[in-house]
Design a protein around this ligand. Structure first.
Ligand SMILES: NC(=O)c1ccc[n+]([C@@H]2O[C@H](COP(=O)([O-])OP(=O)(O)OC[C@H]3O[C@@H](n4cnc5c(N)ncnc54)[C@H](O)[C@@H]3O)[C@@H](O)[C@H]2O)c1
Length: 353
């Protein structure tokens, strides 16, 4: 591995990947490009510098910021990642960053014959179809009925063949549109590009906020105080997500990047899977147990637009293709997040507090 460009490289996922790549490939040149749009990404700059990762201030919306001559692999982690982005009418940033940014990165790949790992999202799956699953209410979470199967769905989770018709948020739509562009670049220009549709990613250095980064937000509120609410689904807190540690994602990317041509054109659902799933109610329990603190939990009964009650990643395809599996479970992830916040409490207070 010679030169890796990580766009959004100062963000949560990007910075963790850069640091993992430094360990995987000590001799590689690793470039982190970021416009520092996300509040808190600036806290990652000293970590990148200490690891010998080159930081470049740049914007994926601007082709002139992507004039690199000798890139081998682009890892596209830049994004406006909020599922609520654009709902207030401010659609420009999410579309230009998430869609035109991908296009500009693809053009860089075409010019330099670089491969790409694209971080897509489970949000490509429409919220109407996910909301229509016949969920049952167990004590602390929603569950699919035992033995239930439908197109692209089983108790193991949502597979790549889940139907794609319907609205999915501008965030999800810009990612799916990027995937379509990628398919064409793979076919027309024979570029080795792999797409990972990730569920909830989390871990230390995620600057969690109400609309993105719920696991860190939950633990931060337990540590700094403040309020949290179960929103929607009658305020039960039974909505379910699977969660994946950024270091587990890095382990997968290592396998993919080392054999990128084998994964050319592949689309994988990537996440913690059923074993790594948790409801909000259960998340509260874990945060209380690990932090030793509890906070009052509010309830907002009205559903949030575009929200889904249950998303668990069926990882069968990516496991079969790579041999990868996540190794860090819910308790381990939350303990890591807890310890990180405690260690950097004062730096994080203005952002997470
Ligand atoms: N965190 C998750 O749960 C999750 C889940 C699925 C997919 N993803 C994807 O993973 C990638 C990384 O997400 P994250 O959680 O690290 O988010 P993040 O907000 O922490 O990181 C994104 C980074 O991109 C930067 N950025 C934004 N606009 C940019 C632009 N125009 N030019 C250059 N840089 C820009 C931000 O400053 C930030 O540092 C995204 O593509 C996201 O869609 C994340």
């Amino acid at each position: 591995m010679q030169t890796l460009l990580v766009t959004g490289g100062a963000g949560f996922v990007g910075s963790n990947l850069c640091l993992a790549f430094r360990v995987f490939w000590p001799q590689a040149r690793i470039i982190a490009l970021d416009n520092l749009r996300r509040r808190g990404s600036e806290l990652n700059l000293p970590r990148l510098e200490a690891a010998g990762v080159e930081f470049v201030s740049g914007d994926v919306r601007k082709p002139e910021d992507l004039q690199f001559g000798d890139v081998d692999v682009v890892v596209e982690c830049s994004a406006e990642p909020s599922v609520l982005a654009g709902r207030d009418g401010g659609t420009d940033y999410v579309v230009h960053t998430n869609l035109m940014g991908t296009y500009n990165c693809l053009e860089l790949c075409r010019r330099t014959r670089a491969g790409m790992v694209f971080l897509s999202t489970s949000r490509v799956y429409p919220f109407g179809a996910l909301g229509g699953l016949p969920l049952e209410e167990a004590e602390s979470r929603f569950v699919l009925p035992a033995g239930f199967t439908g197109q692209g769905v089983s108790e193991a989770g949502i597979a790549e063949s889940f139907p794609l018709e319907g609205a999915r948020s501008l965030y999800g739509a810009t990612k799916l549109a990027s995937e379509l562009l990628i398919t064409e670049y793979v076919e027309m220009f024979d570029l080795p590009i792999v797409v990972n549709r990730c569920g909830v990613l989390t871990g230390p250095w995620q600057m969690g906020k109400v609309d993105q980064g719920v696991v860190v937000l939950w633990m931060a509120r337990h540590l700094f105080g403040g309020t949290l609410s179960y929103i929607g689904y009658r305020g039960t807190g039974k909505q379910v997500r699977d969660i994946l540690h950024a270091e587990d994602l890095a382990d997968l990317l290592r396998l993919q990047i080392e054999n990128l041509s084998e994964h050319k054109g592949a689309v994988y659902n990537v996440g913690g899977g059923l074993d790594g799933s948790v409801s909000l109610q259960e998340l509260t329990g874990w945060c209380e147990k690990i932090s030793g603190r509890s906070i009052e939990m509010g309830v907002e009964k009205g559903d949030r637009p575009g929200d889904v009650p249950w998303y668990v990643t069926d990882t069968a395809k990516v496991r079969a293709a790579t041999g990868w599996r996540p190794t860090r479970g819910v308790e381990g992830i939350l303990t890591d997040v807890h310890d990180w916040i405690c260690e950097h409490r004062e730096d994080l207070r203005p952002i997470l507090g």
